[in-house]
Design a protein around this ligand. Structure first.
Ligand code: PEP
Length: 255
């Protein structure tokens, strides 16, 4: 009942020329296929127009990795959600662990950003997940609950159509270490129960919750087959067409 979403986060990789090459290769792999789910790539800002040109007409969506919490004005270096929409984006990632860590972003800022994303008519992908020390201390579920409770009830326009969650245990991001299927399913089931409490049972039933953290073609099928995992947010393995296409094929097989 929930369409899968396989989303690539290109991070600080691939300028316009290299991004256009990857988008063209992906489009060639996907064109003409009636996919059961959705495929999204999130390039750096400057690469978005080049990728959007290739994504037109293909079952390929374009998103951004972040946006401003402001609409316009004297905010040097920032990009608004409305500008991203104009550039062809349908989705914006908010609260990635690298922004929590390096930019020290907070719940209040995530709420403001997601509200702007929704006001622009786009879908927010809200990332959350525990650190290794928090998991070792037996606090993983408490941390995740606090992250969801700190943001979801404060959103002005959230609904099941404009919000996607991405559970990304920080110890699994870019480390080659993936959550076991047991851990992934437990954390996703817990997340869905918290969403039911915060946003209602029907929203929780329909909301897509992605897994992120060293997901690759070799482990995607066992993760995506889990009942509460609705696809993946993919970092490193989204940068090569064979790797990313392998992950999409895994979603097609098990969803
Ligand atoms: C990410 O940064 O969202 C991510 C999941 O990265 P990787 O797949 O490289 O672990």
């Amino acid at each position: 009942m929930r369409r899968y979403l396989v989303a690539g986060n290109w991070k600080l990789n691939l300028g316009p020329a290299a991004g256009a090459n990857l988008a063209a290769a992906l489009q060639a792999r996907l064109a003409g296929r009636a996919l059961k789910g959705d495929v999204l790539v999130c390039p750096p800002y400057v690469t978005i127009p080049a990728v959007a040109a290739f994504a037109q007409g293909a079952p390929l969506l374009v998103g951004a990795q972040d946006c401003s919490d402001q609409d316009q004005g004297a905010y040097t270096g920032q990009v608004s959600a409305a500008m991203l929409k104009e550039a062809g984006c349908t989705h914006v990632i908010v609260a990635h662990s690298e922004r929590r860590q390096y930019q020290r972003e907070t719940d209040a800022l995530f709420v403001a950003k997601i509200d702007r994303v929704h006001a622009a008519g786009l879908t927010a992908i809200f990332c959350y997940g525990e650190l290794l020390a928090e998991r070792r201390a037996g606090r993983a579920e408490d941390v995740v609950e606090a992250q969801l409770r700190g943001v979801l009830p404060r959103l002005a326009h959230a609904d099941r159509g404009n919000l996607v969650l991405a559970y990304e245990p920080v110890w699994a991001i870019g480390t080659g270490e993936t959550a076991t299927p047991e851990i992934a399913q437990q954390m996703h089931r817990t997340s869905r129960a918290i969403v039911a409490d915060l946003l209602g049972a029907e929203t929780a039933r329909q909301l897509r919750i992605l897994y992120g953290g060293s997901c690759k073609a070799a482990n995607a099928a066992e993760l995506f087959a889990l009942p509460d995992v609705d696809g993946g947010l993919i970092g490193g393995a989204s940068l090569k067409v064979d790797d990313f296409a392998g992950i999409i094929d895994a979603a097609e097989r098990v969803k």
